[in-house]
Design a protein. Structure first.
Length: 355
């Protein structure tokens, strides 16, 4: 795959994965330039981002106001509009909101160029910081030559149209420097594929013991009583092995979430919880309220009982409210988050079914 084609695919795929956004590239022009030539390519009033590379190498990304506005809209309004672009100073917040697209594109560009002789020159670059203007950018760029990729894109079926410029230093010795690092830093032949293997992890709420005859009569819609302490004893189990972590069930941004309480040190993690919607398919954790270690006393040795008898006079589960510092488990989702759906998913009770 050529660098131009890899860049087009990386931009489209990143926007689709991050925000389900249709980003279409209409053309990529590539040229070599020196420092002065790069500065001449940077129009005024655009967002300039410095790219940090390996060995102190510096690159540059330019996103014009039209595309920047569309990317901000899809992150704040969940859609791209056709409202006039606001003429205002560009801020650090604007730059930070472009970082996911920049990092995702650079990462995929590197992966798509697997086996290409120019891949080492594009490897290792990530979002660095915002640059005030083209003059400041020219003072920071110190390589002898640069590869500039000018990409014409539109967002959401043409609602926003503009250009993205990616400038990376020409490093002819990049591949040689990587080879000199030694065999210790060289990944194995199957390391990349092994890291992409899916792993299923179940979040287990508690375990119950009921007669086989009662289990056979369970049908969809039947309710199974759970002890109140089950909320505090959620455990993560991978396969048939022992539990690897545990915590308390709650809510975050209207979604089910677990705050880890063990293993030791889990509480020191700045953000111990992640929304299920943030997990990409390559590293998906499937939360399943299934059976696990919540001790339950043995039931009375009655021969049989109906599923309806199990649901009578059940105690209400305690509200999912506890001190979480910067996280709010009981917060209801904003109306903008619910969208056009008639059903409020965040307010739905957590029904655990076991068959």
């Amino acid at each position: 795959m050529s660098p131009a084609k890899a860049l087009r695919r990386a931009l489209s795929r990143t926007a689709d994965v991050l925000w389900d956004l249709a980003l279409v590239t209409h053309g990529v022009s590539q040229e070599m330039a020196d420092q002065d030539g790069v500065v001449e390519m940077l129009p005024s009033g655009t967002l300039l981002l410095l790219l940090d590379g390996p060995g102190g190498a510096l690159g540059l990304a330019m996103i014009d106001r039209e595309i920047m506005t569309g990317l901000i809209e899809v992150q704040t309004l969940l859609q791209v509009t056709q409202m006039p672009v606001e003429d205002r100073p560009i801020t650090q917040t604007d730059a930070a909101m472009m970082a996911p697209l920049v990092d995702g594109t650079l990462d995929r560009l590197e992966r798509y160029l697997e086996g290409h002789p120019l891949r080492p020159q594009f490897a290792g670059f990530r979002f660095g910081a915002m640059v005030e203007d083209a003059r400041t950018a020219g003072l920071l760029l110190d390589a002898a030559g640069y590869r500039a990729f000018n990409v014409s894109v539109d967002l959401a079926l043409g609602r926003r149209k503009g250009t993205i410029l990616l400038v990376l230093p020409d490093r002819p010795d990049a591949g040689k420097a990587d080879a000199e690092d030694g065999d210790a830093a060289t990944p194995g032949p199957h390391e990349r594929k092994m890291k992409l293997l899916p792993v299923r992890m179940d979040a287990v709420l508690c375990s119950l013991t009921i007669p086989l005859s009662a289990a056979q009569r369970l049908r969809a819609g039947d309710l199974i009583p759970l002890p109140p302490e089950a909320l505090d004893s959620v455990e993560f189990v991978a396969g048939t092995g022992p539990a690897v972590a545990g915590g308390r069930l709650g809510q975050m941004n209207g979604m089910r979430a677990v705050r880890l309480s063990w293993p030791q040190g889990a509480g020191n993690v700045p953000a111990p919880m992640r929304e299920v919607s943030e997990l990409e398919p390559g590293g998906m954790v499937e939360l399943a309220a299934a059976a696990v270690s919540c001790p339950e006393p043995e039931p009375d040795p009655e021969p049989e009982f109906s599923a309806s008898e199990m649901t009578e006079d059940l105690p209400d589960l305690p509200p999912m409210e506890f001190d979480t510092g910067d996280f709010s488990f009981d917060a209801e989702p904003a109306e903008a988050e619910v969208g056009d759906f008639d059903f409020d998913f965040s307010a739905a009770p957590l029904n655990v079914e076991e068959s």
